[in-house]
Design a protein around this ligand. Sequence first.
Ligand SMILES: Nc1ncnc2c1ncn2[C@@H]1O[C@H](COP(=O)(O)OP(=O)(O)O)[C@@H](O)[C@H]1O
Ligand SMILES: Cc1cn([C@H]2C[C@H](O)[C@@H](COP(=O)(O)O)O2)c(=O)[nH]c1=O
Length: 216
Amino acid sequence: MAELVFYCGTMDSGKSTLALQVDHNHRARGRRGVIFTSHDRAGEATLSSRLGLSADAVEVTDDLRFWHYVVDALTHGAPIDYLVCDEAQFYAPWQIDELAKIADELDLDVFCFGILTDFRTMLFDGSRRLVELADRVLTLQVEALCWCGARATHNARTENGEMVTEGDVIVVGDVEPESEPAVVGYEVLCRRHHRRRMTAARAHAGSLSPDVLPFT
Ligand SMILES: Nc1ncnc2c1ncn2[C@@H]1O[C@H](COP(=O)(O)OP(=O)(O)O)[C@@H](O)[C@H]1O
Ligand SMILES: Cc1cn([C@H]2C[C@H](O)[C@@H](COP(=O)(O)O)O2)c(=O)[nH]c1=O
């Protein structure tokens, strides 16, 4: 029986890498899949991993109808055994419903990958629907780490190193290296430091403050 599976994790936890590995393993056994993605950092219609691998994909636009796409392909003689769906947090809830219908009615495995919560700690619409519908929700085992060394559980958006909590939900960006904060970037943090808005840049600035004690 086909399944709808949701692999989730913070940014930079290896989701896109796993998506490419899942596709590779199925393809290596002669199964035929279609890769979908949305707003990938590498550009339209590409699934890219920070490990350097990438693959062509179908871009999921606001009006892409998965059911129509798959039925159309099948009726035109293009066999499909499974779907790999990256950046699934950006899909609309009705698109996730169609993915569930594809698993149930067409018996195709659907492997989805995405982050659960946005920079405000709120569930993305697509992720919420996946949690509601998926046969299995699996958290990635490779843990991204907060600057303090604890497991990173939340995604912070930063502007010049400072965490922000207002803005558009979708802003494509990358996790920034500590030394070189981008104007708008992301940083994964543990909940404690997300709550305190304590980014790496802030923590570093704090540690550089001159000691106030002892008074002389
Ligand atoms: N130079 C590197 N050497 C080994 N692993 C790396 C390197 N760069 C990135 N990674 C791994 O790749 C992960 C990010 O993979 P990616 O698939 O792009 O994540 P996601 O899709 O979840 O944002 C990092 O958490 C890290 O484990
Ligand atoms: C938290 C958050 C992230 N995004 C964007 C930033 C990236 O382009 C993707 C996540 O990609 P990854 O492969 O998981 O690193 O999502 C966003 O638009 N809004 C957010 O709140």
